[in-house]
Design a protein around this ligand. Sequence first.
Ligand code: AMP
Length: 299
Amino acid sequence: MSILVVGSIALDTIETPTDRREDVLGGSATYFSLAASHFNPVLLVGVVGTDFPEEGIQLFHSHDIDLAGLQQVDGKTFRWSGRYHADVNVRDTLDTQLNVFESFSPAIPVQYKSASHLFLANIHPALQLEVLDQVTDPRVVIADTMNLWIESSSDQLREVIERTDIFLLSDSEARQLTEESNLLLAARRLLSWGPEHVIIKKGEHGAMLVNDGGTFFAPGYPLETVVDPTGAGDVFAGGLTGYLSRSDTVTDDRLRQAVIYGSALASYNVEDFGPERLKDLTMDRVVERVNHFKSFTTF
Ligand code: AMP
């Protein structure tokens, strides 16, 4: 099994109520890959500029992330900047500079095309469709999005959703996309557009999985200190996809377990800036938190 991801690779500037960091390694594909690499080989497709630091490349190498699909082109790497409020669930985007991402066209290397699991991270839905047209029948297609694409490219996004097995989005995005304020009804509407499963991410309040079999809720892992929530959604997706890639089929049980693995990994990621906490995270520590989830949800 192998996991193909196409998404952004970024240098982020992050402001929290108490701190500020510049040029932190980020991007949806970066966070996803570091999390998913705990489970199976990850094949990364994305673009960076000539300013992309060698430490970033080394970090990918140290997690055995395959970079044959990483384009390095003249120009600056994609940059994003955000500020968190005291309530860390609230974030303002301060700046987005597409830079080399503006002319990015995902070219899937021939040896990646038969990957068993495909994650379409948060990028323009037109690019997500380009990827879908290049791969050969992956077992599982998982996709994510963001408010920007809901506002600017909803028709293309609908097409992506139709071709997706598991669709992930945040609670506010689910409400915005479906124009339905009740989350369960919003999830049901999304299911009627094609995917077999919908997962609604609710930040520190956890995640909700909805499919024909019913509904499953995972709480957020209770943490006393959250340093930087950037990338939590992508790390969640990496843990979820990674866990699913360890077996041939997506059963409801496996999917529920995958949601918990994703949540455990995401809970580590928010404990430090950027992907810092993921650098030397071991599977033993992840499993420790998976077991805590059991203890605080059993009654
Ligand atoms: P999350 O906190 O899960 O929403 O992910 C944050 C990451 O998404 C950051 O590292 C950003 O670099 C990246 N990001 C922000 N805006 C965009 C965008 N328009 N397209 C692609 N990636 C983005």
